[in-house]
Design a protein around this ligand. Structure first.
Ligand code: CTP
Ligand code: MG
Length: 408
């Protein structure tokens, strides 16, 4: 939940280039099955201050409308011939939004690895009162000017920085800076290079606003030529770690009473008829409780009891679906992806086998995951122990996730 008065931004994600230097539209090239523009989107969309994201695609791109229909915070527009045309189109679209953030970030999808620490540094500058902030790297090579085959000037390296994206601006300032150059278009076209700036902050500078700098990141390197693509593959492989954690839960059976309106118990979100009810504070869904603990375990973030204390009456008879959706949101906010959720239910009765397909369907729906990332198994305990005596049931779960390595 965003706090009131918190500074937020809408993001323009530029993916409308032709990739001429690469030889193909690099933003659609997949790495580990995901196109580069989508890697960039996933890296940035859960940053807390980020509201609406406008993705700019080439006019020839097939648009997955179902994907956008599902996500109201994600919008798309077509771009134009130059990068600045693409930004301009997106800015026009931004104006039509009914809810606008006071700041606009502009980012190249061709820089898909976005460290949130860079965004944190930029947001700090905005809080200090800056109106335009960009991430930069110090120039480690000496930069020279040349003409023809000879150097004409050596620049003082100590005065140089390399500009990256995302670049963050007060909305009015970036709008005005763009309007000023685009307003000069005539029916006969455009004159001059000003329509083709290599970054957005140069227009803001030209318009008289001071642009603040923060430390950028080598991970923000732009994918321009083939070697950058190989570097990105390597970087992404190193950028994520795989974590596995387990969860366990037990609930006791109880006799049904006249207050019970059905003789169904909940397991993995599915109602199953049973001779006994479940003695629990919430709906007593062992499968989901074990799964939530496995997810919290992967994030090293407590357990279900620490997030939803049983001492709090708010969670009495709570639907466990709420807990699981909460745990999945934590995964998304961490920029992590689920590789596999695996649950084993242990009980003599009810019979779980015939229900596993329904359970997989329910969990897939709650977690917004494909079925091949969810596994449900069941076993009896050969009539041994409390499950064998039919005093209750238990569940083990393991979650395996891929999580971005932290910057520490
Ligand atoms: N971009 C865009 N619209 C354009 C040109 C570029 O949205 N008309 C985007 C690119 O998709 C990229 C970012 O701006 O994410 C930076 O541009 P660049 O690296 O130059 O990409 P391309 O223009 O695609 O590459 P090239 O210049 O080699 O054709
Ligand atoms: Mg280009």
């Amino acid at each position: 939940m965003k706090q009131k008065n918190e500074i937020t931004f809408d993001l323009i994600l530029l993916a409308a280039g032709k990739g001429e230097r690469m030889g193909f539209e690099k933003q659609f090239a997949p790495i580990n099955g995901q196109p580069i523009w989508q890697i960039a989107l996933e890296q940035i969309r859960y940053y807390p201050a980020c509201n609406t994201i406008i993705i700019v695609f080439p006019k020839t791109a097939p648009i997955d409308r179902a994907f956008f229909d599902k996500n109201s915070a994600l919008r798309w527009v077509y771009g134009g011939a130059l990068r600045s045309d693409s930004v301009w189109n997106a800015l026009q679209y931004y104006n039509t939004l009914s809810v606008k953030s006071p700041y606009i970030a502009i980012h190249d999808a061709a820089r898909p690895v976005v460290d949130h620490a860079v965004l944190d540094r930029m947001m700090d500058k905005i809080r200090e009162g800056e109106k335009a902030v960009i991430p930069t790297l110090n120039a480690s090579d000496t930069i020279k000017k040349y003409s023809g085959r000879h150097i004409t000037e050596t620049l003082n390296r100590d005065e140089l920085v390399l500009a990256q994206t995302p670049q963050l601006f007060e909305a009015d300032i970036i709008q005005t800076s763009y309007r000023n150059i685009f307003a000069k278009q005539t029916e006969n076209g455009r004159n001059g290079d000003e329509y083709n700036p290599s970054d957005d902050s140069s227009l803001v500078e030209a318009n008289g606003t001071k642009v603040a700098i923060v430390a950028g990141s080598p991970n923000l390197r732009k994918i321009t030529v083939k070697e950058d693509f190989d570097y990105l593959k390597h970087l992404l492989a190193q950028h994520f770690e795989t974590r596995t954690a387990m969860g366990y839960d037990v609930h006791k059976f109880r006799s049904w009473t006249t207050n019970d309106t059905s003789h169904n118990i909940k397991i993995c979100g599915v109602e199953v008829e049973h001779d006994y009810g479940i003695d629990a504070h919430s709906d007593g869904d062992v499968g989901i409780h074990a799964l939530c603990d496995a997810i919290f375990g992967c994030l090293a973030d407590g357990d279900i009891g620490s997030h939803f204390p049983p001492s709090d009456d708010k969670w009495k008879d709570a639907d466990s679906e709420f807990f699981l959706r909460y745990a999945m949101r934590k995964i998304q906010k961490a920029g992590a992806k689920v590789i596999l959720l695996d649950v084993t239910i242990i009980c003599e009765l009810p019979k779980i086998g015939p229900e596993t397909q329904r359970m997989k369907n329910r969990l897939a729906e709650m977690c917004n995951l494909p079925m091949n990332r969810i596994s449900i198994k069941a076993t009896t305990s050969e009539k041994l122990g409390f499950t064998g005596r039919k005093e209750g049931l238990s569940a083990f779960a393991t979650a395996t996730i891929s999580l971005p390595l932290s910057q520490e």
